[in-house]
Design a protein around this ligand. Structure first.
Ligand code: GDP
Ligand code: MG
Length: 597
């Protein structure tokens, strides 16, 4: 296809504003998929994505469209992941296209992820077409939302397209706008090959599939290629486009988006953002701005049943082959035995991986407290990157500790503003900005990532009844008065419950954790002290009273089946627990104990 008849675009939106539904309609309206094969949310492939209503991996589809002017166009839609954990993948897929549809729910207005995503589009120099969705709903207020887009984002929304992705109103106008308002790509077919590696994933039939955007040159089947950042070399086995099913083509030229397969063994060998060129007569400079995505949140994953350690290793290795941003190494814990210390892009990423292990591999897990990476500067001038509070060096040898900070943007209706400010303040936040956009306040806070990874988002949702939206970016490291707090159960330290806390908040956190654990740990035949300590010093304490009598006592005098049933029930309950010294601690305690309410 010649460049003038190609349009590449993405759809940016806050979650639930209708991105997937609009993509479905565009596919349907252009008869890209036969009615028989059409199913809802065509682009959201993975089960977990469907269930959680989020798009994790970028997906793409090639749509052919004959416009009102009679010309035939190829439209490539790249669907970007909408969640903050995957910000780097979003920014790369944005660089692969020239324009964006900015979808805003006209009953809701601009939200935090609308802003985060549209700023990424603006950074990538996109032409942006605002689309006001859900006009079928009585609460739709397009004029107000258009005005808000102009005020808050600063782009012209006077010719925003008004649509209902659900009932199909305005879809034709969207297609015409893509053709007439978005620019065609540029590129030189005769220059050395430069293709951007936009995404890659593992397919059980084809092996690793790589999504590419050709910038310059041509890519053909059989070509010998190399990845400029990793230096890996391959021969191209297969080349094609997504409609959205895979369809082979002979070659891809400038401006085109498609896939290749090349007997690549694991997704780890393909880095999002890398530049692909020919092995011979290749480009001499890669595309700018490559940075591998790095894990920012770490936690330990241990099997509840220690006999499942090898199964867990197998599951983690398989998942890691498919996800270059997930890292792991073996870890041994005095209390939990053998497991893995794993690194994630964020909490959602953590949850997704944990869910997949439990669900697809049927392994019950104990997840230890998530931790960010601390930078520890030692007195002797050396430096430690701390991924696990259990590995904290001797405090007397530490000069100072730095923690990662974020810039958080929160949009919230006025009535909840007070609660949000309090929440941010409680989490050691520093207010940077407070402005108004329509009936919403936009607050920007500098916060320690540590105070956010755990349950900040849940708390935010609950104090604002779900009306707030939130987005963040990492800004850097800053020193603060941080200490390691240990939890002792029955006088034994449980390292999986160790956390890094700010000194001023340690007593409060310690007390809260001890109280929680007192409720979470079942009573035993003996009294159990639960303590929080810094260094050797106990800062909070609770005591779990002993069970008064044997649970089976009331069954004495007869019914043996009933007694056995009761014991069986206890045993089943116990499966989800692990023994620490003489104490059984239930699995959920490890997460729940850390939530601050
Ligand atoms: P995404 O998270 O941006 O991909 O949003 P979805 O496309 O999954 O849509 C979120 C919800 O809004 C779904 O329940 C859709 O059925 C609904 N929805 C999407 N577009 C419209 C619309 O135009 N009108 C109405 N009434 N509902 C819509
Ligand atoms: Mg979606």
């Amino acid at each position: 296809t010649d460049l003038a008849h190609i349009r590449n675009f993405s759809i940016v939106a806050h979650i639930d504003h209708g991105k997937s539904t609009l993509a479905d309609r565009l596919i349907q309206e252009t008869n890209t998929v036969s009615a028989r094969d059409m199913k809802e949310q065509l682009l959201d492939a993975m089960d977990i994505e469907r269930e959680r209503g989020i798009t994790i991996k970028a997906n793409t589809v090639r749509i052919e469209y004959t416009a009102d002017n009679g010309e035939h166009y190829v439209l490539n839609l790249i669907d970007t992941p909408g969640h903050v954990d995957f910000a780097y993948e979003v920014s790369r897929s944005m660089r692969a296209v020239e324009g964006s549809l900015l979808v805003v729910d006209s009953t809701q207005g601009v939200e935090a992820q609308t802003l985060a995503n549209v700023y990424q589009a603006i950074d990538a120099d996109h032409e942006i077409v605002p689309v006001l969705n859900k006009i079928d709903l009585p609460a739709s207020d397009c004029d107000r939302v258009a005005e808000q887009i102009e005020d808050v984002i600063g782009i012209d929304a006077s010719d925003a397209i008004r649509v209902s992705a659900k009932s199909g109103i305005g879809i034709h106008e969207v297609l015409e706008a893509i053709v007439h308002r978005l620019p065609a790509p540029t590129g030189d077919a005769n220059a050395p090959l430069k293709a951007m590696l936009v995404d890659s994933w593992y397919d059980s039939y084809l092996g690793v599939v790589v999504l590419v955007r050709i910038m310059d040159g041509k890519l053909k089947k059989g070509d010998q290629i190399k990845m400029m950042q990793t230096g890996a070399r391959y021969g191209v086995d297969r080349i094609g486009v997504f409609r959205p099913a895979m369809q082979n083509v002979d070659e891809l030229g400038p401006g085109e988006i498609g896939f290749i397969t090349a007997s690549i063994k694991q997704v780890r060998d393909t880095r999002v953002g890398d530049t692909i060129t020919h092995e011979k007569k290749g480009a001499d400079k890669p595309l700018p701005g490559f940075k591998p995505s790095v894990p920012v949140v770490f936690c330990g994953l241990f099997p509840v049943d220690s006999a499942e350690f090898e199964d867990l290793r197998d599951a983690i290795e398989k998942l890691a082959l498919n996800d270059a941003s997930f890292s792991y190494e073996m870890e041994t814990s005095a209390a939990l035995g053998f497991g893995f210390r794993c690194g994630f892009l964020g909490l959602l990423h953590l949850e997704v991986i944990r869910d997949r292990i439990e669900r697809e591999y049927d392994i019950e897990l104990i997840t230890t407290a998530p931790s960010v990476i601390y930078h520890i500067y030692m007195r002797d001038g050396s430096f430690v990157e701390l991924h696990n509070p259990a590995d904290m060096p001797d405090p007397s040898k530490i000069d100072h500790i730095e923690e990662p900070r974020i810039k958080a943007t929160i949009l919230v209706p006025d009535e909840f503003l007070g609660d949000v400010l309090k929440l941010c303040q409680d989490r050691r936040g520093i207010q940077l900005d407070l402005t108004y956009a329509g009936a919403r306040a936009m607050v920007v806070y500098d916060l320690p990532l540590n105070e956010v990874v755990f349950d900040f988002y849940d708390r935010l949702k609950s104090v604002t009844k779900g009306y707030a939206s939130f987005d963040y970016q990492l800004t850097g490291y800053r020193a603060d008065n941080l200490v390691k707090m240990q939890i002792l159960v029955n006088d034994e330290p449980v390292d999986a419950l160790s956390t890094m806390v700010h000194r001023d908040r340690a007593e409060m956190r310690g007390r809260a954790m001890c109280e929680k654990l007192k409720d979470l740990i079942p009573r035993h035949m003996f009294k159990i002290p639960i303590q929080a300590a810094i260094g050797g010093k106990v800062i909070a304490r609770e005591t779990l009273a002993a069970l008064r009598k044997d649970v089976t006592a009331k069954c004495y005098g007869g019914d043996a089946t009933r007694k056995r049933k009761l014991l069986d029930k206890q045993k089943a309950g116990k499966k989800k627990m692990r023994q620490f010294g003489k104490v059984d601690i239930p699995q959920e305690a490890f997460i729940s104990a850390l939530k601050m309410d």
